[in-house]
Ligand binder design. Sequence first.
Ligand code: GLA
Length: 381
Amino acid sequence: MNTELSNKIKISFKERFKTEPLMIFSPGRINIIGEHTDYNDGFVFPAAVNKGIVAGIQKSEDFESKVYAVDKNEEISFSLYTLKPSAEGSWANYVLGVVSELQNRSKTIGNFNIAFGGDIPGGAGMSSSAALENSVVFGLNELFNLGLSKEEMILISQKAEHNYVGVKCGIMDQYASMFGIENHALLLDCRTVKSKPYKIDFKDYELILINTNVKHSLSDSAYNDRRSVCESIAEMLKVKALRDATEYDLQGIKDKVTPENYQKVLYIIQENDRVIKASKAMEADDLKTLGVLLYASHEGLQNQYKVSCFELDFLVEQAKLNGHVLGARMMGGGFGGCTLNLIAKNESENFKTHVAKVYNEKFGKACSIYSVKLSAGTHLI
Ligand code: GLA
C-alpha cells in the first residue's frame, strides 16, 4: 500500500471534518485468467494488488453524511432518509449504493463522513470501483458495529453496483479486493464463492500491466448485454448457468441461436476450461502453457466475446512480437483498461521502452505501465 496516499487522505479528512478517521485500504485486483466467467457461475483467477483505494471514515453529529473524493476535489452530502442514486456515471453512486444496500438489509447506521482517494485510475480494468465499495462497507461495518461477515460485505458491494451504478457485475472484483492474500492469487469458484490460494512466484518471469488509458463508453451496456445473452442461452440449454454447459450441449442448439451468440457462449465454456488448465499449469510450474492460455483467452475475448478494442489488441500484438513474453491478454470487463503480460524479468525494461514508444506513435497518446505486488484484501490501516 502507498503510505504517501494514506497520509494524504488522512490529512484531507482531518482538515475537512476535524476528527480523527478510521483508515482503510481496499485493494484493486488483477486477474490472471477467467474473464466474464464469474457471472456464469464459473472460475476466475484474480489477486488483490498493492494499489487501490484509501478511505478515512468517521461518525458525524451532523444531519447529513458527507463524502469527499480527494483526487477530484469534489464533495457530496446526502440524507440517510432520502437516499437516491446520483447522476449516471457519478463516483457517488458507489458510496450511496452501499448505504442503500445496508438499509435494504435493515442495518442501521448513523451519519458519517468519508474521504477517499486512490492510485489506480478508474477505467484501468483493475476494479477501483469494487475497491471503493468495499472500503465503504468495511468502514461502516466497523464504525457502526454491524456484525457483517466479509461474505456479506462483498454481496452488499456487488448489489450496490447492480442497483446504483447499473452494471450487473459478477462477484470476482469484490471478492478479490476483500479476500486477497499477500503474494497469492485466488482460484475462485464463483458458484460456491470459495477460493483456493496459489502462491505466486514466477521465478525468472513477472507480470506487468500496460494501461491503454482508454475506456470506451459503451462498456457498461455491452457488459449487461453480454450477461443477458449468457443467461438466456443457459435457459435454452436448461442449465442453471453456463458453467454447467459443455461444447457438446451448445452444438445441440446451434441452429436456434445466432452465430454471434453461439461464439459468445462457446467463449465462456472454453474460458472456464482455460482457468482450470491454467491452475494445473501453475501447479506444475509450467509457465509456457500458462502463456499459451493467456493468448488464447485474449483471442476469445477479441473475436468471440467481442469485448476488446484496437488499443488492447495492438498491445497484445506487440507482446506476441517479443519472444520473451510468454503470454498476454486484455484484463477485466474490456473496451479499454489494461493488458496483463507474462514476461521474462530481464527483458521487461526493453519491452516497456519499446511498447511506450510504439503505442505513442500509433495512438498519439501515452500508455501507462505498472508492476504490482499481490496484496492482502480490504483492511484497517
Ligand atoms: C468486470 C466485472 C467482473 C467481471 C469482469 C470480467 O470487472 O466487475 O464481475 O465480470 O468484468 O471478467
